[in-house]
Ligand binder design. Sequence first.
Ligand code: SAM
Length: 236
Amino acid sequence: MLFRGINFLRLIMSFVEKRKKLVDKLIKRKILTKPEVIRAMLKVPRDKFVPKKAVSTAYMDSPLTIGLGQTISAPHMNAMMCEYLELKEGDKVLEIGTGSGYHAALCAELVAPEGSQNSGHVFTIERHQKLVEKAKESLKEAGYEHAVTVIHGDGTLGYPEKAPYDKILVTAASPENIPPPLKKQLKDGGILCIPAGSKSYGQNLYVITKKGEDLKSKRITGVRFVPLIGKHGFDS
Ligand code: SAM
């Protein structure tokens, strides 16, 4: 019993150390710059969101398979999107593509930190019911269920029930024509971060800011995401 307890503590410590090493690397590469994003990346346990058989690789900077042909994105991509979204305490966030739930947990750590007097919330949509169930479990285990609502559905339609949103992130690649409901459901002054382009190769990450009816789009870098499948996305 005692040995088991000691081994469990060792495992947790090794995850904490690995997480710190990963964050240090991302800081060196200047991908992580904002103190609040660094704090969130140090706190959220990615090991709780990856499949059990891949847990030893949870802190490698690479995407991992989570089943049903889907992936949890590489940590540098999570970090980059959180930085560009300028997430702050109190923000109402919409994520399209819950996947494992890890990115939603990072957003929750930023918009609804422990002890916040002005808690924000994350609404996240996933098209695969099995991933919805698994993400809910992982979010509960990691302590974020109060700040994240997981919805099963087609995220290309957005989630008009809670619109408008301060920030929207899409973690699957959209066609060049960004889903109109997402643009509509973004608040005036809001930020949308979305990969777009072709179904498999030749995608770019865009940061779109809304000022009145005007949408300004900035290309950040080339990326590779699984496709966004749905009414305003690609066909399955
Ligand atoms: N954010 C995720 C994480 O932290 O693990 C990674 C997301 S994975 C790269 C993309 C996800 O988008 C997949 O789980 C896929 O099923 C989902 N997806 C694709 N099209 C969708 C749609 N129209 N609505 C909701 N989810 C969608």
